[in-house]
Structure formats: C-alpha cells, structure tokens
Write a protein that binds this ligand. Sequence first.
Ligand code: HEM
Length: 686
Amino acid sequence: MFYSEVEIGQKAKGRVGIMFTFLGAIKPHSIRRIKIVNMQSYFYLGFIVILLFSASNSHPEFINFITEAEPTNFLDGFSIQELEEQQNTDVQCAQSPEFCPAAIYRSYDGSCNNLKNPTWGASQTPYGRLLPPKYGDGISSAALAKSGNELPWPRSISLLLYPEVKIEDPKFTLAAMQFGQIIAHDMSLIAEPNTATQCCTQDGQPLQANQLPAGCFPILLPEGDPQRQVTNTKCLNFGRTLTTRDLNCPSASGATDQVTIITHFLDLSNVYGSNAQVNQMLREFNRGRLRVAQRNHREWPPQANNVSQSCPFARSTTEACYMAGDVRVNQNPQLAVLQIIFLREHNRLAQILSELNPHWDDETIFQEARKINIAMYQHITYYEWLPIFIGVTNSYNNKIIFESKGGFVNDYNPKVNPATLNEHATSTSRFYHSLIVGFLDLLSKQRQVLGNIRLSDWFNRPTVVESGDNFDQLTRGMITQPESKANQFVDKEVTQHLFRPPGQPFGRDLKAADVARNRDHGLSSYNDYRVLCGLPKAHSFDDFLDTIPKENVEKLTLLYEDPDDVDLTVGSSLEKIVPGTLAGPVNLCIFTEQFYRSRAGDRYFYENGSPNTGAGFTLDQLNEIRKVTMARLLCDNGHNLAKLQPFIFLRISFSNQLTSCDNIPSVNLLHWKEEKLGTSNADHFF
Ligand code: HEM
C-alpha cells in the first residue's frame, strides 16, 4: 500500500511488516492493520499507543471562536489599519469554542471542522508531528550532535550542498512550482517573533552570547563565504518560531511545539483569511464580493495600509502593495499573479451567482462563491498538481485520489487529524525551493521571450505585475518556462539574494534558513524518519547509499560526525527521486501522509456528500467542479491570454498543445440556480 512506488533497499525488505504496522498507526482509522511481527514491533506498538494518546489530547482548549451563524460586522470599533496590524502581530493561542453550531459553510479560522475536536486544523494551533521533537535540552533548545558538539552551521551546509546548477525540468513548468507555493501558503505560516528583533549587529556582525535577544538563532557565515568576502557580513538575522510555551498555550508542558497562525486546511485561507476579523476586512459586503482596487480597468487586491511594513522595498507608499488573506501575498511576482487569479475568480463566481439567484443576499452569494472557489482549488490540487509530485499510482494506492465514477467519495474520517505536519512544512515541502527559477520570462501571445525580470529585484514589490501587459506576459512565462529540476541545486536568487535590499549585492539565504528552521522546530533526524518510513536505520554513513548518491554521502561525512546527526531537511533533500514522482523515499512518505490527512480529515472536503456537513454539493454540481483545470481559471481571470495548453503544469508538447480558451472545459454554474424562473440575466455567461 503505502510505498508501492518506492524502491527500498535490500535491507528494508525484512522490515516491511514493521513498516505496515507503524503506518497503520499513523492513520488511526486503520489500526486494524497492526500485526505483531516480532519483539521490536511491541516496542513500536507501545510507542504508537503513547503517540495516539498524546495526539488525541494534545489540542485542548484553543481557538478564538466566532459563530458563523451570527455574522457580525467586526469592523465596528476597529480601523482597517488596526485590523491589518492584528493580522501580523496578534499571535496568541487559540481558545476552544464552547460549542460548534451546525454550520453549513466552513469557519474562517478552521474551528469546528472536526466536531469532537473543534480545534483540529484551526489557526493559531501547533503543527502536527509524526515523530516527537528532539531538542538539545529535551524542551526547546536547538539540537546538538550526538557527541554534544555543535551541529554544522546551516550556511556551511547551504554552500556545500545547495549550489546553483541550472538544470531545467523536462516535463513541468514554473506554474507547478508556483502553485506549490500557493498550497504551502494555504497550509501553514510560522508564528514569528517580532521581525524587528536584531540577532546580529546593524553591520552584520555576531552579537556576544550575553547580548543575544531571546528567540534569536543567528545564521553565521563561515570563512570563505562569498557574501562575507565581499561585504564582511558574518551574521544573518534569524528569529525562532513562537511556540506553545512562548504563548502559554494550555498544551505547553513538556517539549515545546511550534504554532502556525493560519488554518491547516486547504481552504484558500490565503484568499479569505484565517479568522473572521481578517475576512471582514477583505469583503465588500456587496453582492458577495471581495474588496478590490480598480486600476487600468482591472481588478487588483486592495492596497495594504502599512506599505512600509508589507512592502519594505516599495519606492513610495502609493506603489501597489497588496492586502490578502495571507501576509506573504507580495513576496514574489508570480505568487501575486496566482493570488490575483483566485481573488478575481471569487468575484467572477459571485457575479454569476447573484445574477442566477437575484433573491440571494450578500452573505449567501459570498459563501457559495467561496465554497465553489475552494472546491475548484481542492480539485486542481488533488487531481492536477499532486500526482505530479507524489506519482499517479501512489496517489490511487493511498486513497489520495479516486477513479471518477461520477459519485461522492465520502472518505471523511473524524479520527484523522488534518493538521499540517511540522515535518511536511518545515522539511518536505521546502525541498521544492529547488524548483525556483531566478529570472522570470515575459512572453508574447506567440510565446516569444520579450524579456525577463530578476526575482531579487521584485521581492515584496508586486507593482511589477500591474505594469503594461506584464500580468499576461508573466502568466504566459509561468506556464511555458520550465521549472528547475527537483534536486539539491538551488538558484542563487534565493540562496544569495533572497530579499536583497535595493542597491545591495546580497540578501538572505533560503536554504540556510530551511536548515536553521528544521533545528528551531526540533525535527528528529533523517535517520529516525528513514525508520518511520520503512527504511533500515543507518549505522554508518554508507548505510545511506540505498537512498543517497555516493558523492553526497561523502559530503555528509565532511559535515556531520554521526549518521544520527543528519538533519531531516538535509538528508531528504539529497535522496534519489522515486521514478514517476518529484520526491525521494522519505519525502514521498511524509508528503503522501500529509495529503491523506488533509483530505480525509477535512469534513468539508469537496468530494464529500451532504451527510457529513449538511452542505455538500449535489452530484450534478460536484461533477461540474470536476471539469475545472488551472488553465480554465487563467483563461477566465487573465486579461487576454488567448491561447494556452490544457494542462498548464505540464510543458507544451504534442499531447498538450496550445489551444484557444474556448476549447478549455468550464464549470456550468446553471447547476447552482436555485429555481428556474424563466430566462435569467446570467444566461449570457454560458
Ligand atoms: C520564489 C519562490 C519562493 C520563495 C522566495 C520562498 C521563500 C520562503 C521563505 C522566505 C520562507 C520562510 C523561511 C523561514 O524563515 O523559515 C519560506 C517558507 C516555506 N516555503 Fe517557500 N518560497 C518559495 C517557494 C516555495 C515553494 C514552491 C514551496 C513548496 C512547493 C514552498 C514551501 C514553503 C513552506 C512549506 C514554507 C514554510 C511555511 C510555514 O510553515 O511557515 N516555498 N519560503
């Protein structure tokens, strides 16, 4: 079942029984699969019972609850600016709701999705974990090597293991990378301490240990570092994620856990916000619409109030700088493009629904448009995007996707916790930072390259997407230009120039940050996850050779003292890719488990019928949703793309040729017309 496509080494074969035993426990619903294989399995079983017990008790009283049944105008008494600041800084532990109403639409903060455990998947709760954390002091400090020595510096690892080597992916476009970032930004966001905290001196020198502010984890640059050589910078700022202990969460005893401030669900929280207050701020309260700014006869996200905070590199406070459900909306131009596509899609749906059902009020139109938008996005995620990353056969075999027989799937399981796994968000998903390309092509309708823009010129400056015909040209670039191949090599635009201030030669290092974050979050070692995923424990570095090529195993020996010291994010990023996927064995294991939980633990998942929520789609509606592709959303919400290939995550090819938008299937919204009152004004949309 679980790893049907994974080629495990010879040594792993004898342990498959244990692997199944353990994996049965990861999915609590499948405990029936547990089979005692030998004494070691008893040990695992004991551990599993402890894990399950702690999982079922680890999310007690959270969540700031606001009932959906009683919509309130939360703007009363608040200025938009205050609300915006709240979105950024007001991090606290969520409170448990006193009761869950029978809501037919999902809540904004994710609470009450699971009726027995109302905080599961809600914003401001801890990430999930497959294995208990490993901290230096057992509670919160960064892990040390087995010997007690310091682990290798994150920046040294980045320089040795993640250089820039440009290899194009032969099959997939930059849109596959970019949609991946949209998903990542829908599933988690670390609760960050005050970003103004300085962990280095103003001129980039390390602080004395006794001067280091709490929550600091500075990234030090080794001798010979290219940035240090040019600028004499020896220290990059890095603040630790806020935890259950920092926030005095009820679950704060024992080892600490990191908190994510957005909902864990695939619910487009990056469009709709992760709590009711932010959602109110984003709405127009007119015909179900989200707020937009009109410029050049187009709709753009509303302007952020605090431009110097949201877009620190903007040239003026009037430069376009967006506000959305997620604070990262401005981070890079193509991310902003996809955020705009989903924003416009909401308003397009709201317009049609309001014409089809003139008797619907603002709230009904808003919620129905939101429900359809989320369903289309979930469909694209599971059926168009995910099989590229975790493989088609693997997706079917693990009940991630299902053969379409035109019915509901109804696989909701209230025992499955939908939480975003710390291992997924802090390691596996970040492996795809390797897909990033540093220069984004601007393409004409004929797919001629008209120019390109450098990523580090436009971090946090979305104004570039509004200039001239850039919106369409960037979109064509994203769906035509190949993404970088999934491997250990990473573009210098993010390892040397991330968030490069204007006029400066260097910026931050995303891969060093990934390694530092892995340790900040206390993830267990690569070796521990090998065992969890059914591979043999490595007793020597050579034991890694079943998954990691020789030249990289050799590099690991230069960095680490012991195979048990190898960080999860480092070991898994060097694995050989499993054929038919974009992941090595351990990443595939974590990725598959995450997306199983994200669907089976979501009571509002779009393929569920009404019994779970009282609010599923009708079968006709569901089968309409199943027609959507990302190409359709681009056709409907781009300016004048004219032609594109039907599957935009795949490169243009003989079987995926450019075609007119007229030939791309669309969702017929007539199935949402409540009663047929003769000819509707909306008929001209179809
Ligand atoms: C140009 C593209 C991208 C840039 C500039 C970027 C940058 C970043 C940055 C700065 C962080 C925070 C680092 C930290 O301090 O811990 C981050 C986190 C993350 N990134 Fe990316 N990223 C990009 C694309 C992607 C893609 C394609 C994926 C996945 C397919 C991804 C997945 C993630 C995840 C899961 C996190 C952690 C989220 C959280 O829990 O807070 N990113 N990225």
